[in-house]
Design a protein around this ligand. Structure first.
Ligand code: MLT
Ligand code: MN
Ligand code: ZN
Length: 305
């Protein structure tokens, strides 16, 4: 089974178009040792030809250019993207659906009822797409049972509800519902290996910890290093928690939780905001991450499982 990271940054990407923070500026002017990153998306495949796109980012066309496995090969109109699965209805995870409108058949789209309702009304992508290729919705239920993906034999997944936040445009931003944000366990049924993917994870729970402990790899929320990161930079009045993300550092932070996982579990942070100091390869925060045995996902990273 193949997993490919298409975009490892949070919303805005790195560098962000309008951001002149020390990191975005440093990457642009070459004074910072760091990699550019596109917005949050991964793809998985059992046969290396047909892929499940997990999140459709605003950078999807660039990501398809950068990843030839997703490009047309077998027919006049074709794509390696066989279906799309959404983790939430945030702009960085759904906007790319509009870029897939030239498909000749409805796009198979797996998402919870809550996410499908947000992208049918508040940000009416599926209504708009109905005038183009249309979507074939598959409602995901977070019951922990493994399910197959239509058209993608050999891949099994199960959806896990997460405490986080629906997007700012959602009428439920202030009163999140189960199903607004999910994580996914991707399994290879032939060898039992599992990967847990959760780019928006606001809170750890004992159940989540147990689930992560049973995976070969966890690819989890790397948005913010500290809770008041945006506030300190004067970029927002909101904390990481207000935005539905568990910061890495500090008591109860992501690094503490990752340290309690069994030694064999590979730990990778993904969905990294452009304000996060870990992007700077020479920063003390990056050194702390490395010392803790935690990796940083990068665009083009491939994981076999
Ligand atoms: C988030 O997950 O909070 C987003 O990256 C926000 C956004 O896309 O603007
Ligand atoms: Mn996001
Ligand atoms: Zn920046």
């Amino acid at each position: 089974m193949y997993l490919r990271v298409l975009g490892s940054a949070a919303g805005g990407g790195f560098p962000q178009w309008n951001c002149n923070c020390p990191r975005c500026k440093g990457l642009r002017d070459g004074s910072l040792r760091a990699r550019a990153r596109t917005q949050s998306s991964i793809a998985v495949s059992a046969n290396g030809l047909d892929w499940l796109l997990i999140n459709a980012s605003p950078d999807i066309l660039q990501q398809i250019r950068d990843n030839p496995v997703l490009q047309p090969e077998r027919a006049q109109r074709d794509s390696g993207i066989a279906a799309v699965l959404l983790m939430d209805a945030q702009i960085d995870h759904v906007t790319g659906l509009l870029m897939l409108r030239e498909r000749q058949t409805p796009l198979p789209l797996l998402a919870t009822r809550e996410v499908l309702s947000d992208i049918g009304t508040g940000f009416p992508i599926t209504s708009i797409l109905s005038h183009y290729c249309g979507v074939q919705p598959h409602v995901l239920v977070c019951d922990g049972y493994p399910l197959g993906v239509p058209g993608l034999p050999g891949l099994e997944l199960s959806a896990v509800p997460l405490d986080s936040k629906p997007p700012p445009y959602s009428p439920f931003r202030g009163s999140p519902r189960q199903g607004d944000n999910i994580g996914v366990v991707l399994s290879n049924p032939t060898n039992g290996r599992k990967i847990f993917y959760a780019p928006g994870l606001g809170q750890m729970t004992p159940q989540l910890h147990a689930l992560m402990a049973g995976c070969e790899v966890v690819l989890v929320d790397g948005t913010f290093w500290c809770a008041d990161e945006m506030q300190r930079l004067g970029l927002s009045s909101k904390t990481a928690f207000d935005m539905g993300h568990l910061p890495q550092s500090g008591a109860g932070g992501m690094l503490e939780h990752l340290a309690r996982l069994p030694a064999g579990v590979r730990k990778v942070l993904i969905h990294i905001n452009n304000t996060n100091p870990i992007l700077d390869e020479d920063s003390p925060e990056r050194a702390e991450l490395t010392a803790a045995g935690v990796e940083l996902a990068h665009d083009g990273m491939e994981i076999l499982f």
